[in-house]
Design a protein. Structure first.
Length: 279
């Protein structure tokens, strides 16, 4: 009998996380003996909790809000995309007390945007937020060669710092980012809006751009059984193509699972169908 492989997800809040369901489906499909659990933590205890998990024989963890930047500092080695993001959503034990930090968020988002037919290349985008989630997706969005990305954050200095860090790391097309305190300042039609804040979770409405392009799309990194508040706002503004982040969650999870387990990347279509049917 194969030994159980211990995996988990750390966050706060964490009780809503679908990650255990997703990874149990991957494990069942690939016949791996996996135990995947949720772990609630706090900023003051995160490093201690993570260290304890791996000391106890854990193989890997996902990291969600608000610990992605702390996870990047805790890892002993970072992949290139994790370095660019300055944020980690996946940690894997590589032996001798070493932890590799990766960020599969951007890859997950791009795969899901393509699956849904949302265009990025030569389009004008708005990304709301400049925390760990935004940091994870910006380098991958820039690789798709958008015309411009408006990075909207109430604390402009934080967003400017993020842009500067991406430029210093040599991230492709980082000069296409324009930082604003409010989307109301944008004076061109917007093709795609991505919410990388926790506004939907907190029940907070975001100020949307005054002009939307024909066929404009919107994507909320948060997910819910019902349309998120951001999705509702977009629909009310006349945006026809809107999505929550469930597809991104499943796609980034598949990349994490492959990093931990090796072998083939898990099939995501059947997991998406299962989750939508059960929601």
């Amino acid at each position: 009998m194969k030994p159980v492989i211990h995996l988990g997800v750390f966050g706060n809040p964490i009780e809503h996380s679908l990650s255990p369901r997703i990874h149990s489906l991957f494990a069942k499909a690939q016949q791996h003996p996996v135990e995947y659990r949720r772990y609630l933590s706090t900023p003051g205890r995160f490093s201690r909790n993570i260290a304890q998990f791996f000391r106890s024989g854990g193989k890997g963890v996902n990291v969600t809000l608000p610990f992605k930047q702390q996870a990047a500092e805790f890892a002993t080695e970072l992949t290139k995309r994790a370095q660019e993001a300055g944020a980690v959503n996946t940690l894997v034990a590589t032996g001798n007390g070493q932890l590799l930090g990766d960020n599969t968020d951007g890859e997950g988002l791009i795969k899901d945007l393509k699956e849904k037919g949302f265009k990025v290349s030569e389009r004008s985008l708005v990304v709301f937020g400049s925390g760990g989630s935004a940091r994870g997706i910006l380098p991958l969005l820039l690789q798709q060669q958008p015309r411009r990305i408006y990075l909207v954050n109430r604390t402009v200095d934080k967003a400017l710092m993020l842009k500067s860090q991406l430029e210093n790391l040599g991230v492709l097309a980082a000069d296409r980012i324009q930082v604003l305190a409010s989307a109301l300042e944008i004076n061109e039609p917007i093709d795609l809006m991505v919410n990388a804040t926790s506004s939907s979770l907190m029940g907070q409405r975001l100020a949307l751009p005054p002009q939307l392009a024909e066929g404009a799309s919107g994507y909320d990194l948060m997910y819910s059984d019902e349309p998120t508040l951001f999705m509702q706002q977009l629909s009310q503004a006349g945006c026809e193509n809107v999505s929550d982040g469930l597809g991104m969650l499943v796609e980034q999870a598949a990349s994490s699972y492959q990093l931990w387990m090796g072998g083939e990347r898990p099939d995501t279509a059947f997991v998406m169908a299962h989750l939508r049917d059960r929601s």
